[in-house]
Write a new protein. Structure first.
Length: 517
């Protein structure tokens, strides 16, 4: 306990907090803080959380996964290839500029050029201005997921982000993992303004006086986001009163939270799949499907879900969770050590080989422990693993370089649809379209590419589901990746912090609607 308090003191002192009181109306401890203020630089949960706080989407999902109007008041399908959105009038950006259709058009064009986001927006050919408060989206043929994609359009202040900086740089440029105007400055329409930011220490938000959503019951005037990497230290901060809410909550701490007075635990069924990719470009052995299958058979993901995740995860045999169009009930987890050894022998690797493995240590629940367990399991079939774990801020630049033979990645489908998993994680890498942006396995199958693209223009739901189930079956047979589990999102907060209505399966609470008693 002495060690835990010491870690807690360091974390809170670094953030300018004390054990006795928070530094703002509410303080939230996450395992990491956003790596950038640019909402289009990185497609990640941290970026999406920040976007919902500082910006607003055209449309957003409710807890029941229904579409809810935000900056788009309404929308209608004009024909099979055209969707018209009516925009909300009277909305102000934090800069004081008026929100109009011009901002949506500017934002869309920027999204289409973003390395991380253009894959999502590929089926949307254009977004054009009809009048100051109406825009039309044209799709490449019939596309059934326009509203889903609209949840990722967070209009940016085109006037604020246009022009050049004092040193002549374009204010609107997207710089991955670099320093740009957009990565350090923001002007959105959302409920909060970024007041101060110290990377790795804290981000302070204050309520935007001119926020358009006057019907929101949210009463948080100031919110401080504090990164506390260690799970136990986050819990200690909550129990001691140093913070008001934490996420995620390690399954190891569930009992501790549930026994505490005036503290509530919230969990939801998860749709974020946690996987390992096997880099066929960096290790020749991984080009052999038998070796990839051996690795999948050697990793006991059911054991990981039970012992490391303490039941707060569902073992996965595929990408798509139950309820998604592509979920294939025939594809089960397949831990079988004997089979794994047979496959290694058949592939000519009976004596094993060495590979490098990389994983974050503060991005997913128990990510470093999962990696360590997986490395130990692979040693049983002769594979010696050189494992490196690192904080999220250092991990993603290395992941973008595909800098290991096996790399951990979790993925929540951006469009709440099965095809999105494959579009980013398993389709052939294509820098121009953004497909396969996070496919560090360098897996490539023209049949898969075609099936996914065809599914994105199929409005017959039964036919579309059959296509996506076939995608999952092929990925399973070819061991395109190592499925581990679907992670359950979890939060804990003081009982006077009513987070129940604002949390969701996407794992980015709508803090603008948060009520604190």
């Amino acid at each position: 306990m002495k060690t835990m308090k010491s870690k807690l003191a360091v974390a809170l002192m670094a953030a300018g907090l004390s054990f006795s009181a928070a530094a703002a109306n509410i303080t939230v401890a996450y395992d990491a803080d956003p790596v950038s203020l640019d909402p289009q630089e990185q497609l990640s949960g941290g970026t999406m959380q920040l976007s919902h706080m500082v910006f607003d989407p055209l449309v957003r999902f409710t807890q029941d996964m229904e579409f809810e109007p935000r900056l788009a008041e309404s929308w209608e399908r004009v024909d099979n290839e055209t969707m018209r959105f009516k925009l909300r009038e009277g909305v102000k950006f934090h800069s004081g500029n008026d929100f109009t259709a011009d901002d949506v058009v500017w934002t869309f064009e920027r999204l289409k050029s973003s390395p991380d986001f253009k894959g999502i927006f590929g089926p949307l050919l254009s977004l054009t201005k009809v009048d100051d408060y109406t825009v039309e989206v044209k799709t490449d043929g019939t596309y059934p997921l326009v509203e889903n994609v609209a949840t990722y359009i967070f209009p940016m202040d085109s006037k604020f982000y246009s022009g050049t900086t004092a040193d002549g740089k374009d204010k609107g440029e997207i710089v991955k993992h670099g320093n740009s105007f957009a990565s350090t400055n923001q002007s959105g329409t959302g409920p909060f303004v970024v007041k101060t930011r110290e990377q790795g220490v804290k981000v302070e938000f204050e309520r935007f006086d001119g926020y358009w959503d006057t019907e929101s019951k949210g009463n948080v005037e100031n919110l401080t986001l504090v990164p506390i990497k260690e799970s136990a230290t986050r819990v200690a901060a909550l129990l001691s009163g140093g913070v008001d809410m934490i996420a995620p909550v390690s399954p190891n701490d569930y009992t501790r939270i549930e026994k505490a007075d005036d503290i509530a635990l919230y969990t939801m069924p998860g749709t974020r799949v946690i996987t390992f990719q096997m880099n066929q470009n960096s290790n020749p052995a991984l080009k052999d499907v038998r070796v990839r299958q051996a690795i999948v058979h050697a990793i006991n993901n059911e054991g990981i879900a039970k012992r490391i995740m303490k039941g707060a995860a569902t073992p996965a045999g595929q990408q798509s969770p139950v309820g998604y169009a592509g979920y294939n009930e025939d594809l089960k987890p397949r831990f079988d050590l004997k089979k794994a050894k047979e496959l290694m022998k058949e592939a000519g690797y009976e004596d094993g080989f060495t590979l490098t493995m990389m994983a974050p240590n503060n991005r997913y629940v128990n990510d470093d422990k999962i990696a360590q367990a997986s490395a130990a399991m692979l040693s049983k079939i002769g594979i010696k693993v050189d494992l490196k774990t690192m904080p999220k801020a250092q991990y993603w630049p290395e992941f973008d370089k595909c800098a290991a033979d096996m790399l951990m990645i979790g993925w929540h489908p951006d469009t709440e649809d099965s095809a999105n998993f494959t579009e980013f994680l398993a389709m052939t890498r294509d820098a121009e379209t953004g497909k396969g942006q996070y496919n560090c396995g360098y897996y490539s199958n023209a049949e898969i590419d075609k099936l996914v693209m065809d599914s994105n223009s199929e409005t017959d739901l039964a036919k579309r589901s059959a296509m996506l189930k076939q995608v999952e079956a092929t990925l399973y047979d070819e061991a395109a990746f190592v499925p581990l589990h679907w992670q359950d999102p979890s939060w804990a907060a003081k009982s006077n912090v009513e987070i129940g209505p604002i949390v969701n399966g996407m794992n980015f609470p709508y803090f603008g609607d948060l009520v604190v008693k």
